[in-house]
Ligand binder design. Structure first.
Ligand SMILES: [Mn+2]
Length: 333
């Protein structure tokens, strides 16, 4: 893939022009939003409001409690929206327009307002009228921080906290290899803006219910290995979720717990959901870009963290597909 060199100054002035030409902006992100998705729309909400632009962060479904603690009161969950109240939509942290969480079951192409697309996924499809994609950033909130810095946009303590939420969750608390010197400089800048780093860490990492920890113990009990233990994977059935009283949202980050195992290079969670079989993939070895496995399975994401959804297959078949594609992806010693 040919890489374009980003002309940041040009894009910053385009974004400034796009924003300041609007009276009211709707803030959207991807379905089943994570900390970066929500941190992005929450932070942008705080910022736009301060410069006098009317704005609304929107998500369709209830969000996990640990993220809800950072949600502005004005955020809308699941209600119908009158698009005529807005003259633009910002899509934040969403690589594919089909994955955008849009009100009223509207398709992206039927949105009556122009879109500004800001994201850090390498496979973003540039579906906006204006697109700023920077896959060198650990999180979309890292990009937003850089935009706020360069355009001298306001960053209140609440805004800085929301930006930290995205960076901390997308870097796994600064442990994943997407953490760069720039990431840490931005985190430092956000703490100087009185972002509540300690609260984000406490909510994300010291806040697990005992039934969730017991569920994780069960997953480790039943974990599968392949390719000389270089691949570790969990199979999560509906029955298992019910037995432990765990919801599908609770399992979003569960794939990351296997990172702790010595010698494991790639991890997968295969899970039965209402929509089909969901794969969540992680790599700890840059020589094994698991996004290739995700693409084979019809999904996408980042080189080192990706996912896919397949309808109408069994969990057993999903396991077979994983082993086939992972086998093609893992270099032989
Ligand atoms: Mn992200």
């Amino acid at each position: 893939m040919k890489k374009m060199v980003l002309d940041r100054n040009k894009i910053f002035s385009q974004i400034k022009k796009w924003i300041t030409g609007k009276k009211s902006i709707l803030l959207l992100t991807h379905q089943r939003p994570d900390g970066d998705a929500l941190g992005s729309i929450f932070a942008m909400y705080h910022c736009l409001r301060e410069i006098g632009i009317s704005t609304l962060p929107y998500v369709t479904d209830n969000i996990p409690e640990r993220y809800g603690a950072f949600m502005p009161e004005a955020a809308i969950i699941g209600e119908s929206i009158d698009f005529r109240n807005f003259d633009g939509v910002m899509s934040l942290d969403c690589a594919n327009k089909k994955r955008l969480d849009i009100p009223n079951n509207t398709a992206f192409d039927d949105l009556p307002i122009p879109c500004c697309n800001i994201d850090h996924h390498i496979d973003n499809l540039n579906y906006g009228e204006l697109n700023y994609i920077d896959d060198k950033c650990s999180a979309t909130t890292e990009i937003l921080s850089i935009i706020f810095q360069n355009l001298s946009l306001p960053c209140s303590p609440e805004c800085a906290t929301a930006l930290l939420l995205g960076i901390i969750t997308d870097t796994g608390g600064y442990r994943f290899n997407n953490t760069t010197a720039q990431t840490l400089e931005i985190a430092s800048w956000l703490m100087n803006k009185e972002g509540d780093h300690e609260r984000v860490i406490a909510k994300m990492y010291y806040n697990e219910s005992i039934h969730m920890l017991k569920f994780q113990a069960k997953l480790f009990d039943e974990i599968q290995f392949a390719f000389d233990n270089r691949l570790a994977y969990f199979l999560i059935t509906d029955e298992l979720l019910h037995r432990f009283g765990v919801t599908a949202e609770d399992t979003e980050d569960v794939v990351d717990i296997a990172r702790a195992i010595k010698g494991v290079e790639i991890i997968c969670r295969i899970q039965e959901t209402a929509d089909g079989i969901r794969y969540s993939l992680r790599s700890m070895n840059p020589d094994i870009p698991i996004i290739e496995i995700a693409h084979q399975l019809g999904g996408g994401g980042h080189e080192m963290a990706a996912g896919a959804l397949q309808k109408d297959i069994t969990i057993k078949k999903a396991e077979e597909l994983l082993l086939t594609y992972a086998g093609e992806c893992i270099p032989q010693n």
